[in-house]
Design a binder for this molecule. Structure first.
Ligand SMILES: Nc1ncnc2c1ncn2[C@@H]1O[C@H](COP(=O)(O)OP(=O)(O)OP(=O)(O)O)[C@@H](O)[C@H]1O
Ligand SMILES: [Mg+2]
Length: 321
């Protein structure tokens, strides 16, 4: 029996730092036919499904990852990270024909651009999932889905409902923008909905609403806990009666990749451990801050042993009505 099975991407993340590259407005300029010096390069495993799984397991939650990698070296690296963090890999398939997905994260001082190569994790099929065995869990965590895998979102949520499994979901902008994904019709079946501010605004089709109003609009169809992250402005959590406005835990940011994943994993771990929203807010905030203080989406994550010494996080609790 697992506490959580996570679903979503499993990638190789290649970080390229280009400090001397020219920037024109909001675009990187790379000279056609030229050579550009890369100041620093690092490679880590990434992808929402495995990031969240490793983060949860690091906090002592019994976790498995269900997804797909290629039969290649990047796939091996992902398996070795799952082993390192003690995530059960029994539902992680190796596709013989599709390569592991890769993200190239190109950054300069100002910001970063991500080049995405869709690979095995984006083409998971319903027929490849061992539904009999994935019943044995308390929660599903659906990290952002893309491409073919996105078609499984509704299937997995319905399966969870029919089998008494709770659902945490962090749908991607890809899923929210695609009308045929029908996210709105699935909101009533989600127990913990995690979105960033941009995703929440697109979902509600109300770009001018405040974040509190946005959460209230989502509440009309989603009875679960609603979390809207706002980058360095912190996050807003809405349960059925209160808003929790959480301030960030200040750190020197090294790399924001995986912030949403470590926030979501911390929040769910907090709920599982103490069934208390303020504790969940605190774990989410500290986990995400520690994570982005290091390069790589799985580095810096909060460990179980650190839970005894959590820093104080500012949370303002207000009645919503
Ligand atoms: N500069 C920062 N300092 C401290 N914490 C931060 C900072 N930026 C983000 N965070 C933490 O990470 C959380 C998630 O960030 P954000 O809202 O940018 O998620 P996201 O857009 O989903 O990220 P991702 O690119 O990983 O999908 C924030 O709510 C906050 O807790
Ligand atoms: Mg996100």
């Amino acid at each position: 029996m697992f506490e959580v099975i996570t679903f979503g991407s499993a990638t190789q993340d290649i970080f390229l730092e280009l400090t001397k590259t020219e920037i024109n407005g909001s675009n990187f300029c790379l000279p056609l036919g030229g050579k550009v010096l890369v100041d620093e390069m690092q490679t880590f495993s990434g992808g929402g499904g495995t990031n969240v799984a490793c983060s949860l397991a690091n906090l002592g939650i019994k976790t498995a990852y269900c997804g797909k990698i290629g039969n290649d070296d990047p796939g091996k690296n992902i398996l070795s990270d799952l082993a390192k963090y003690k995530v059960n890999p029994r539902f992680c398939l190796r596709d013989k024909t599709i390569a592991t997905a890769v993200s190239f994260i190109i950054s300069c001082e100002k910001d970063r651009t991500v080049l995405v190569f869709w690979g095995a994790c984006h083409f998971l099929l319903k027929s490849e999932i061992n539904f009999k065995e994935i019943q044995k869990t308390k929660w599903f965590y659906l990290a952002p889905f893309y491409e073919k895998t996105a078609e499984l979102f509704g299937e997995l949520i319905d399966f969870a409902r029919n089998n008494n499994i709770k659902v945490a979901a962090n749908p991607s902008m890809f899923q929210i923008e695609k009308e045929d994904q029908n996210i709105n019709s699935l909101l009533p079946k989600i127990d913990l909905l995690l979105l960033n501010k941009e995703e929440a605004k697109v979902l509600t089709k109300n770009p001018n609403a405040s974040v509190e109003e946005t959460a209230k609009i989502i509440r009309r169809s989603c009875p679960g806990i609603i979390v809207i992250t706002q980058g360095d402005d912190g996050a807003l959590v809405f349960d059925s009666s209160h808003f929790y406005k959480i301030s960030i835990y200040k750190v020197a940011v090294a790399d924001k990749t995986g912030a949403g994943d470590s926030f979501g994993a911390g929040f769910l771990a907090g709920l599982l451990k103490e069934n208390n929203i303020e504790y969940a807010c605190c774990l989410a905030m500290v986990n995400s801050a520690k994570n982005i203080s290091q390069e790589g989406a799985k580095n810096g994550l909060l460990e179980k042993a650190e839970l005894k010494f959590l820093p104080k996080i500012d949370i303002v609790k207000e009645r919503a009505f």
